[in-house]
Design a protein around this ligand. Structure first.
Ligand code: C2E
Ligand code: CA
Ligand code: CA
Ligand code: CA
Length: 282
């Protein structure tokens, strides 16, 4: 038993050390990733349930480094601890807002970008998310369609009802931007923020959708979240819809929008525009 215990301890240690080394490498790699154009922004279509049309998309970042694809689930948390998330966030908005500016009105879609909680905290101290968005919009032209831009934030941001934060989001909304709460239901936070934080949309996390078919309780939860959202004048997106059963369920509940592999994976810019073109001529 002692031997096994020791072995496990060493194994655990080794895993921790490997992870620490990988994280240290990533901090180094992140310093040159932007300048050497290693990031790409993909666009995952979001479909309006009532019409079956692509009316929206979510921008999702990819990192290709020397033949390896590093998942945002791995590198975003690292970028959040060394501050590089601020530049990455800026880059994501530049790319996303550029696409929206040039194609948003002709194809009639809106775009969501993810905004990291850590980035917003650092922005509050420095420059402001609002200023960043204004600066990018002004570079593009004087007619940027703010009302077609959604900012996805997570519940962790909403836990403290910081008054500067609420003010910043109210200013963004005054311009027409929408605010969505991402991964709704996974954040262990109280629902009281629904009372005071200005939001427009809830995105039901894919973990709720995944187990729906086997679980009447899960179905009841999704149903209740949808009813609550509509009573609060929020639209609802179901994330991670992967099959016909899930789509039918989501329809029966009255969810407004679906996102998931059943319709489409995240696409590169060219393929996304081709898809918009194809659904336009249909
Ligand atoms: P998220 O914001 O919840 O994004 C949705 C994730 O679900 C994406 O993973 C998407 O590819 C995946 N997904 C979409 N449909 C399906 C489906 O039917 N089944 C399954 N199993 N998954 C589906 P991805 O692209 O790997 O991104 C992971 C997370 O990384 C995102 O979760 C978000 O938290 C973060 N992230 C991605 N791009 C950005 C970004 O530009 N900025 C920031 N701050 N975070 C980002
Ligand atoms: Ca998201
Ligand atoms: Ca999500
Ligand atoms: Ca997430």
């Amino acid at each position: 038993a002692k031997e096994a215990g020791k072995g496990r301890y060493q194994f655990f240690n080794q895993g921790m050390q490997q992870r620490a080394e990988r994280t240290a490498l990533m901090h180094t790699w992140l310093k040159t990733a932007l300048a050497t154009k290693q990031f790409e922004l993909l666009y995952q279509p979001i479909i309006e349930v009532s019409t079956g049309k692509v009316v929206h998309a979510e921008a999702l970042i990819r990192w290709y480094r020397e033949g390896e694809t590093i998942s945002p689930l791995e590198f975003i948390p690292v970028a959040e601890t060394d501050g590089s998330i601020v530049e990455i966030g800026e880059w994501v908005r530049e790319q996303g807002m550029d696409l929206l500016y040039h194609y948003g009105s002709s194809y009639g879609f809106s775009l969501s970008v993810n905004v990291s909680t850590q980035e917003i905290w650092s922005h509050l101290l420095q420059d402001g998310l609002l200023t960043s968005i204004d600066r990018i919009a002004a570079r593009l032209g004087d007619d940027f369609p703010f009302d077609q831009l959604t900012l996805e934030i997570t519940e962790s941001l909403l836990m403290e009802g910081h008054s500067n934060l609420i003010k910043a989001f109210e200013q963004l909304r005054a311009k027409g931007c929408k605010i969505a709460v991402d991964d709704f239901g996974t954040g262990y936070s109280s629902l009281s923020y629904l009372n005071y934080f200005p939001i427009d949309q809830l995105k039901i996390d894919k973990s709720f959708i995944r187990n729906c078919q086997q679980s009447p309780k899960q179905q009841a939860l999704v149903n209740a979240i949808t009813k609550m959202s509509h009573a609060l004048n929020l639209t609802v997106v179901a994330e991670g819809v992967e099959d016909q059963w899930q789509l039918e369920f989501v329809k029966s509940v009255g969810i407004d929008f679906v996102q998931g592999y059943f319709y489409a994976k995240p696409l590169n810019k060219k393929d996304f525009i081709a898809l918009l073109e194809a659904s336009k001529s249909r």
